[in-house]
Design a protein around this ligand. Structure first.
Ligand code: ADP
Length: 572
């Protein structure tokens, strides 16, 4: 195993447990083995000494007196008993030896076992024999006038001890092996469930909340697995709650028309809703990407200065105007940027301003004329009654014009208000009725007015509004067609639509004005229009009615030849 792998396995709980267990088993067994071997050796030597002492006493009983018979007797006895027997005289001279010639042996008075035996006790010693050279165990006892010494080579003892040591070693090695196997077993029962729990916790950490740790093993491990499982459940329900909160917040914020951008103090974008992406034209990552630069400056100055600031900016190729408000989030290093598209509001403001000034102008002119005429009539009433009558007629015309402008303005404002009178309207019948109303006027002006009906045409909408539409188109056609001309009105159904066409053989509309004639107060020839009593609001009323009914209106015209207005509305 490479060194790093060893270091890694030792650093695991299983590795440590195994290591300490193995050290404990081997250590205890080794100490035990050494002690046991020493005890056994001592016991063995004691036993041996006892045996040799018994042999010595037995030899003492059979010994003949010193003489020529002594040496052969000792040799025979030594052979028979398997030991070395030495007989020493009290002065140390060797009298007989079962394994050696006593004549050649030195004086034995100084041998420790002999000395002890001479003092009357049991002499015991272990040492290499000076005569033979191998280590011996000596035991000596005293007999009258001499010493009987029995010796056994310790090699015999050593070989028996080696056998015992070997048995001990094998026994302890087997015990150590069993201990180590037990350690492996213990380590596995602890480390396997722990490893399972650890991997489950790791998966939970990575966001996999489907894991379920099996609750098995010891009481503690089951409790730990149970805790991990309930922790996982808790984490899952917290995440669900946070997710739910986030979804609700996203739903609320994405439903807003306002763009909402949340930035941290460093300008990183933490959140932006769909409207913000739409208004800014891109999904941004950083406040520095905010365009124009004044928006980026706005947020960074609020991030630095902590007070609310707002500004209007123009963005995108279409030049939309956004009202931007940047405000600090209290207690957090973050800035909230709210963007509101005010383009439409500004446009409507401008239209409204124009309208008010146009309307005032339209009303001012006839009102001033009326005042002047009234004064003139007052002055002329006595002196020139004829002139007074003429002025009175003029005054009536101006008053009529004034009331027409007011009536058209009222119609327009009603059209812009809420519409409640929705019903199925027979457009062909309604148009027929309106045409009939204008027949007399057409005749007066030397015009032919005809109606062409192509079946029943039903539309859903307001009869009052549709009447206004038809009336304004017919009035215009009669107005702008010179005597002798023709005005044709036709209703039909085509491709699921109701189609109304009002055409004339009148003066026509110049191409450049066709776009603008639907604007309020727009007139191609204001002087002429005023003369004929036009208010400049008729087509604007037509356009409103068409829009209220979800339809379209278009104009085709040729100067000097005539004009055709075509209104298309969805069929009921
Ligand atoms: P007005 O009250 O002046 O008729 P409208 O809004 O109805 O105002 O029409 C706007 C202008 O469009 C008119 O001033 C006129 O110049 C032109 N116009 C409308 N209808 C016709 C038509 N049938 N033929 C020619 N010009 C027309």
């Amino acid at each position: 195993m490479p060194r790093s792998a060893v270091r890694r396995s030792v650093s695991t709980l299983a590795g440590r447990l195994f290591l300490w267990h193995a050290v404990a088993v081997v250590g205890v067994l080794s100490v035990l083995g050494i002690v046991l071997a020493a005890v056994l050796e001592a016991y063995f030597v004691d036993q041996l000494t006892d045996g040799l002492a018994r042999d010595a006493r037995a030899v003492r009983e059979t010994l003949p007196p010193a003489g020529p018979r002594l040496q052969p007797h000792v040799v025979n006895l030594g052979d028979a008993m398997g030991v070395r027997i030495t007989i020493v005289r009290s002065d140390g001279v060797v009298l007989a030896d079962s394994q050696h010639d006593p004549a050649t042996m030195e004086n034995h008075r100084d041998r420790p076992e002999v000395r002890d035996a001479l003092r009357g006790g049991l002499g015991v010693a272990s040492r290499p024999s000076a005569t033979i050279g191998v280590p011996f165990r000596y035991v000596a006892i005293s007999a009258p006038g001499r010493i009987v010494r029995i010796a056994l080579p310790l090699t015999t003892v050593e070989s028996r001890l080696s056998t015992i040591r070997l048995i001990l070693l094998v026994g302890f090695a087997l015990a150590a092996l069993a201990g180590i196997l037990a350690a492996v077993g213990i380590v596995r029962t602890v480390s396997r469930p722990l490893a399972r729990i650890a991997s489950a916790v790791e998966r939970v950490g990575r966001g996999d909340l489907s894991v379920q740790v099996p609750e098995e093993g010891t009481h503690e491990l089951r409790a730990l697995a149970g805790t991990v499982n309930s922790m996982r459940g808790e984490v899952a329900s917290r995440i669900d709650a946070v997710e739910e909160e986030r979804r609700t917040r996203d739903a609320v914020l994405s439903a807003l028309d306002e763009g909402v951008v949340l930035l941290d103090g460093q300008g990183t974008i933490l959140y932006q809703n769909d409207s913000a992406v739409r208004l800014l034209g891109a999904r941004l990552r950083s406040g520095r990407e905010l365009v124009p630069a004044s928006l980026a400056e706005l947020t960074s100055s609020v991030a630095a200065g902590n007070e609310l600031r707002e500004t209007d900016v123009t963005v995108g190729p279409g030049g939309r105007t956004l009202h931007a408000t940047a405000l600090p989030i209290p207690g957090e290093d973050a800035v909230l940027l709210v963007l509101r598209d005010v383009t439409e509001r500004l446009r409507l403001d401008a239209i409204r301003r124009d309208f008010v000034s146009n309307a005032s102008h339209e009303l001012k002119t006839p009102a001033a004329s009326i005042r002047a005429l009234a004064e003139t009539i007052g002055a002329a009433a006595h002196d020139d009654p004829d002139a007074a009558a003429r002025f009175a007629q003029q005054l009536e015309r101006e008053a009529l014009r004034l009331s027409r402008v007011v009536a058209d303005l009222l119609d327009l404002s009603r059209l812009e208000g809420e519409r409640k009178d929705r019903a199925v309207v027979m457009l062909d019948e309604l148009t027929g009725e309106e045409v009939s109303r204008y027949l007399e006027l057409a005749q007066e002006r030397g015009l032919s007015l005809r109606m062409d009906r192509d079946g029943a045409v039903r539309v859903a909408g307001s009869a009052r509004e549709l009447r206004l539409l038809v009336r304004n188109l017919i009035e215009n056609a009669l107005q702008y067609t010179p005597s002798g001309g023709k005005v044709n009105v036709r209703t039909s159904s085509q491709d699921g639509n109701a189609v109304l066409v009002v055409s004339d053989t009148g003066i026509g509309i110049p191409t450049r004005d066709r776009e603008r004639i639907f604007e309020r107060f727009y007139r191609i020839d204001p002087a002429r229009s005023r003369e004929t009593g036009g208010t400049g609001l008729g087509l604007s009323i037509v356009k409103h009615v068409v829009e209220n009914h979800g339809g379209t209106v278009r104009v085709e015209s040729e100067l000097g030849k005539g004009t055709a207005f075509t209104v298309v509305l969805p069929l009921a």
